[in-house]
Design a protein around this ligand. Structure first.
Ligand SMILES: [Zn+2]
Length: 470
């Protein structure tokens, strides 16, 4: 498969360095608030990437951190009259709720920065000892001039920045591009003792330390939003390569931004919607599916129209899955020549899905291939008379496999109120059928369909599968 690598700026053939374990690190949330749709995009997309890697037979070791000490967390704690740890604990729990709703596979490890302070101090010590950092009055800076490759990830020409930009008077760093590894504590802020006095780590050093501790010196894939390329990932690269004396990440993957009316969705723009809010309106599964409808490197336009389209698309796939499930429970007969041809056509559609994912994880084309698969399955399995239960079963298994890579389930449960209503209408309909009142039976069928049910009449009565409200 090929992946677009931000480091080489082209699509490169990808394989994990150790086929037994693909090492993947994705920058996690700063836990001071609910995540918004822009934050959710990398989590959903890189979870999908991981699912596909696993489908290809690679065992993935996936690590994602929680930044649980940061200016924003400290500010939030001060505003709400609590401490930074309570704010972080609360929003880690809220993140986990969203992650479960979005069907994100659990990470091998979700390290918290505040649990990794000794390792952070050790790496800063190494950078100082090797001459890649300097200390001034309790602040430790990374010396960007000591790393000639600085700028290689972002491709920025940093000479101008380095030499031309004036350093603000209150800062004691030597160059504009130098960045903080350790900052001294201000009164009332969380702090830890260090050889440079009480303080806390800078943001960039955290990821370098946690990636090394849980995945080793060289990662197969480091991923995150494209807004992290500079300075965060550029700085991670500089720190890690200088401290470890080894390449940091073989492949850098970056997703594009979520856009609202042409502007990046962000806290500071105030144009954000939380994942929780969107889940309440459309369901987490719709949010997940919506995120995957665009190519991950392209901007993703967010709006009611796009969400409604994603919801309808998912409903359509689940409708086909429900019809196939009902057909699979039908009459058993050997596969005919036409059935075998249908299976071949389905395999080709599944291959197109794989080809799309192999080409830089193109979920936009992969989603199109799933629709194509569903349409073919519907045409070949459900129109044949008599239907073949075996064919329907195979078609359903194939559809489920594709949807599983996307992390959206082919079936869905009705909520309690809908389930109660379905049971009621089904009983009424069976009674109407027994009384040969076909007009009433048809009307009840329409009501059940409108509720989101796919219906099949059997000798035992009305069988239904819930596929979600249209
Ligand atoms: Zn990071």
């Amino acid at each position: 498969m090929r992946l677009y690598n931000t480091l080489t700026k082209r699509k490169d053939e990808f394989e994990p360095a150790d086929p037994g374990e693909l090492r993947m690190y994705v920058c996690g949330p700063t836990v001071y608030d609910y995540i918004h749709v822009g934050n959710a995009r990398p989590f959903v997309f890189f979870d999908t990437a991981r699912r596909y890697f696993e489908r290809k037979g690679w065992r993935v070791r996936f690590v994602q951190n929680f930044t649980d000490v940061d200016d924003k967390i400290i500010k939030r704690a001060a505003e709400s009259g609590t401490d930074a740890k309570s704010v972080a604990d609360r929003f880690i729990a809220e993140f986990r709720r969203d992650a479960a709703g979005l069907n994100l596979l659990p990470a091998a490890k979700n390290p918290r920065v505040t649990d990794e302070i000794p390792e952070i101090i050790a790496m800063i010590g190494t950078l100082l000892a090797k001459g890649f950092a300097y200390e001034t009055d309790g602040t430790v800076y990374f010396d960007t001039a000591s790393f000639p490759e600085y700028g290689k990830l972002s491709g920025k020409n940093l000479d101008a920045l380095r030499d031309g930009a004036r350093v603000a008077v209150e800062e004691q760093k030597r160059r504009a591009t130098d960045f903080v590894l350790w900052k001294p504590a201000k009164p009332g802020e969380p702090s830890w003792p260090s050889p440079w006095g009480g303080g806390r780590p800078g943001w960039h050093i955290e990821c370098s330390v946690m990636a090394k501790k849980y995945l080793g010196d060289t990662l197969d894939i480091h991923a995150g939003g494209e807004d992290l390329i500079f300075p965060h990932h550029e700085n991670e690269t500089a720190q890690s390569e200088c401290a470890n004396g080894a390449p940091f990440a073989r492949y850098w993957l970056h997703n594009g931004m979520v856009m609202v009316d042409g502007k990046k969705m962000s806290k500071s723009e105030g144009n954000f919607r939380t994942a929780r809010e969107i889940a309440g309106e459309y369901g987490y599964d719709t949010l997940r599916f919506f995120i995957l409808t665009a190519h991950y490197r392209a901007p993703l336009n967010f709006g009611a129209e796009q969400l409604a389209a994603a919801k309808a698309g998912l409903r359509k796939l689940r409708g086909v899955a429900a019809e196939l499930t009902l057909a699979a429970s039908g009459q058993a007969r050997p596969l005919s020549a036409a059935d075998s041809e249908a299976l071949d056509a389905l395999r080709l559609a599944a291959d197109r899905f794989g080809a799309a994912m192999d080409d830089d994880l193109n979920t936009a084309n992969a989603v199109a291939a799933v629709f194509e698969y569903a349409q073919l399955a519907r045409a070949s399995c459900l129109s044949a008379r008599p239907q073949s239960a075996a064919l329907a079963e195979e078609a359903l298994a194939g559809l489920s496999r594709l949807m599983d890579v996307l992390g959206v389930a082919p079936t869905v449960e009705p909520d309690a109120e809908t389930a109660r209503r379905i049971a009621e209408l089904t009983a009424l309909r069976d009674a109407a059928r027994n009384a040969r009142d076909y007009a009433a039976s048809d009307a009840l069928r329409s009501e059940l369909t409108a509720l989101g049910c796919v219906i099949k009449d059997t000798r035992e009565g009305t069988r239904w599968i819930y596929a979600g409200r249209a």
